[in-house]
Structures are given as C-alpha cells and as structure tokens.
Design a protein around this ligand. Structure first.
Ligand code: PSU
Ligand code: MN
Length: 307
C-alpha cells in the first residue's frame, strides 16, 4: 500500500467513509486550461453542479508538495491566479513536485492516480489528452491514455479536442483495453462539437447503465478505467467551420514557434481562446458543467447499486 500523506478534506473523507457519492475534479483545467478569472468561477461552479446533483466534489491538486483531495475556495484561488506558473503535473511529474514541495496542478493522469489512491471512482473533466496530430514523427501521445489502462477510474469528458488525432486516439484506447462509452450517442464527440464522424462500439443511455458497466469492469478485476464520452449539448456547440479554422491556425502557430512536450496542449488551448475571442471558452464552460452533472448522477447510481 502507499504511505504518502494525502490531505483529504473533511467533507470528502466523511463521504468516502459512508460510501456516499464523490466526484473527482482535475486542476490543470484551472491553471492551464482557462484564463483567470473565468477559471476560478468555473472551478467553483462545477463543484456546485456536483453538489446540486447529490455528490461531493473533490478537486485535486498539490500544494507545497502535498496532494490535496477536496480543496477550499482559497486554495483553488491560489491555483487559478497562478495559472501557467504552477507546475503542470502528470503522473511522471508527481515525485518531482512532491519532493521539491511545489504547487502542482494535476492533469487527467495524475488526478486519476490520486483519486484511485483515495477510493474515488468517478472523475469529471472537459477534455482528455490523446494522440497528437503528427504523432507518427513526434511520438507525442498523452500519458492520460496509458493511465486509462492501469487505473480503474471512470472519466466523464466531452471526448477529445480536434487539436488531436481523434482516430488514432480511439485506436490507442482500444489497444489498451479501455472501454469508450458514448453517452446517448454512437459517435465519439469532438469536444466543441457533438460529433466527429467516428463511430463508437458502445453506448449507454442512462447513468444507471454507465454505473453498471463500471461495476462489471471492477468485478472482472480489470485494472482499466473507462472513458465516458458526453457530447456538448447542441445549444452550446460551436460551428464546426469556425472551430476547425481556429484549430488549424493554433496548430500552425505551435509548429512555427517550435512548441513541444508538455507545453503543447496549454499553448493550443490558450491560442484557441484568443483566436475565437473566447467563444471556445464559453463552449468549454458549458460542457464541463454538463460533464460534472453526469459524473454526479453516475456516482449517485454507483453508490445506490452497491448499497
Ligand atoms: N484537453 C482539454 N483541456 C485540458 C486538457 C486537455 O481540452 O485542460 C489538460 C488536461 O489536464 C489533460 C492534459 O490531462 O491537458 C493533457 O496534457 P498532455 O497533452 O500534455 O498530456
Ligand atoms: Mn504530450
């Protein structure tokens, strides 16, 4: 068993001890995914959506090297104001940030790992990392994808952004034995738009079905997590032409400026926000809340089915 100290907030601790529903939230979306002050407003609003739907939110980050699961408003504000100066922390970065006693904002992979260590099984976010376009030469494949194969946490997301190579991302997940479940859709959603044209093999139409599949996965003893792909609601979706053009420009800028490694995703997210004059941010906020709601409903169902 692990022996590292994790600072679990009192409300999250109480919920876990009583087997009540808890939903994990990541913090890179706060520090590196959105500008201040919208990032702070969204982080707090998303927690509220989870509470309104019957679960306890557990925002995860490292403060002075200590992993925190469940954070206060003031702690979230520290990350929101610090923005991209906080260390973006994927699984490989955790030992460094812990030993150096740094602040770290957790990506999907590190959030899954810390959530799992605390017994949290449901995690809601916006988009996951994936196989980048040009990966056949750059080898840029997010460690988020590998994490799904070894950590049994369900992640509710709006699919993956078309800054990525979506067909390769789905192929990678299939190779790693990860169930990708469309929620009320048979297509993989493309984050800002509800569809990518890529068919999914599996779908679910109710939170109960999703929870039952997670229970089945756990009862098989599978180490794998699950990706629940929840499309952006139609009324908040962006125009495909507008977002595709913005993505092409952002990718060209990244390439011209020689952006590589862990800087790629934050750079692209910030460029998209600028290029679209924040209309991408408005869509992003709507879909994160939508994912938080579904995450809470699934966590509630999971607790009920196990009771
Ligand atoms: N995609 C988004 N928004 C985000 C991220 C990805 O649409 O905020 C963040 C998540 O924290 C994700 C991380 O885990 O970026 C992936 O980074 P990379 O591509 O460097 O693995
Ligand atoms: Mn990468």
């Amino acid at each position: 068993m692990h022996s590292i100290h994790i600072e679990v907030s009192a409300d999250v601790r109480a919920a876990l001890d009583a087997h009540r529903p808890v939903v994990a939230l990541e913090s890179t979306i706060i520090s590196h995914g959105m500008p201040f002050p919208e990032n702070l407003e969204v982080a707090l609003a998303v927690e509220q959506v989870i509470r309104e739907n019957g679960a306890v939110p557990a925002t995860i980050a490292l403060l002075n090297g200590v992993p925190h699961v469940g954070m206060t408003r003031d702690q979230i504000e520290v990350l929101a104001r610090a923005g991209r100066t906080v260390t973006k922390c994927s699984r490989r970065d955790l030992p460094y940030v812990i030993a150096k006693k740094l602040h770290g904002a957790t990506t999907v992979s590190a959030t899954m790992e810390l959530a799992h260590m605390c017994g949290i099984e449901v995690f809601a976010t916006g988009g996951i990392g994936g196989v980048h376009r040009g990966a056949e030469t750059s080898w840029d494949i997010s460690t988020d994808l590998k994490e799904f194969s070894r950590t049994p946490v369900m992640v509710v997301s709006a699919g993956a952004k078309a800054i990525l190579d979506l067909p390769k991302t789905l192929e990678y997940l299939e190779t790693e034995g990860v169930l990708v479940l469309g929620y009320r859709t048979s297509e993989f959603p493309a984050f800002y738009t509800p569809s990518s044209g890529l068919a999914l093999s599996h779908r679910a139409d109710t939170p109960d079905e999703i929870a039952a599949m997670h229970i089945a996965s756990r009862s098989l003893g599978s180490p794998a997590g699950m990706l629940v792909a929840n499309p952006i609601p139609a009324e908040h979706a962006m125009d495909k032409q507008v977002i595709d053009t913005a993505i092409a420009r952002a990718l060209a800028d990244a390439s011209a400026q020689g952006i590589v490694g862990k800087e790629v995703t934050p750079f692209l997210l910030a460029r998209l926000c600028d290029i679209t004059e924040k209309s991408s941010l408005t869509a992003n906020i709507a879909l994160v809340k939508n994912n938080a709601r579904l995450g809470a409903l699934v966590a509630v169902s999971l607790a009920a089915q196990r009771a």
